[in-house]
Design a protein around this ligand. Sequence first.
Ligand SMILES: [Zn+2]
Length: 257
Amino acid sequence: MRTKILRFALVLSLIFNMTSFSYGWGKVGHHIIVEVAKNYISKNVQDSVTKYLGDMTWESASTWMDELRGDSKFDYMKKWHYINIDKGGQYDTTIEHGNNVVKQLEIAINNLKNKSKLTKEEINLNIKVLFHLMGDLHQPLHVGYGNDRGGNDIKLTFNGKQLSLHRIWDTDIIESKNTTNDVLSLLSKTSHRKIKKMAKGDIVQWFTQTREALNLAYSYTDVIGEDYINKCYPVIENQLLLGGVRLGSILNEIFKN
Ligand SMILES: [Zn+2]
């Protein structure tokens, strides 16, 4: 009997793993974004944000929204990680009644700009949402097309494994390289003027800019080879850098006092 239950549980977990939806850059991608932001902001701003995070590190705060999957208390956040718009379509504020990454980022930033009206717990929650969604906003397949659920339905072969296009962008290309070092070194080599330029704009403009990488993402072949990785990797590095710099710029503005 026990073996049967175990076997049943194993089958269930296999099914779950096969059909589960990817929720954002993998851990590494989110960690890079907060690390870049930390390097970009002033010491005072960093201390202030750290204080609101309490026991949590910046890294764990950045992936908190992925880790609460399965906790029904937070089911209302399920759709916040992405937005689906068909090719050629435009953003509009009514998509999914605002339950999407663009609108929810605007809300979190606005909440934090008025943080004097919030409790410490509310500030903590909004920072975690901001950290995570600034990452997701910069992953092209999180702002992709609805017909294949942001590349989740496209199955390709990567290093001998069957993986979705979405997951290859979230995790596998990043983990196949020394991405953390590469992005931090890119940050150190980028001029102050260029970084200031990167930080300009608003959430909708950044969403539009991230979508520009979709044509590249969709230029795959059934078996992912070095050529695809080599052409996508610089874009992935740049998206992680942009996400981090822009997160830093938002934090500077909100927590400077
Ligand atoms: Zn996510």
